[in-house]
Design a protein around this ligand. Sequence first.
Ligand code: OFO
Length: 179
Amino acid sequence: MITKNVEKAINEQIKREEHSSRIYLSMASWAERNGYPGAANWLYVQTEEERIHMLKLVHYLNDRGGTAVIPSLDAPGSDFKSLPDVFHEVLKHEEYISASINDLYAICTKEKDYTTANYLQWYITEQIEEESTVRSILDQIRLAGDDRGGLFMMDKEFSTMATAKRAALALSGGANAVT
Ligand code: OFO
């Protein structure tokens, strides 16, 4: 049985993961409207991934005898200055999520809930990968430069990355992996 403090902290993380999904959906829609179909594609896949992160926690909490609360959410921002601006925001957001997972892990160890702490290892590893991917995207955007031509080439690269990301998601079972 899960403690009330761990249940509350997981529910807060459920909300953050769902909010992440909505933030990336808004960014994907912006990229689609502003001539970056490849980046839009990558962000749409990221939206699905975050939703899976949320669903995994919903199932985990319910399975452990807690109650997953489906939260209401504030609308995400929808106006971005540029493609580099979008990805700076993505990195800032992922760093925030990493910190929140570390805080959740600390609550679990304080409550001696080593089962949940162990479950959270998957999220900790995932965050290392996500931060590193976004940092390398930002490096590539920097190399592409500010001009439209460079960003257009970079956008083609996004399509390739999105295809690989979607294939990895399907291989891991996607939404089916969490039921
Ligand atoms: Fe990328 O945030 Fe979920 O875990």
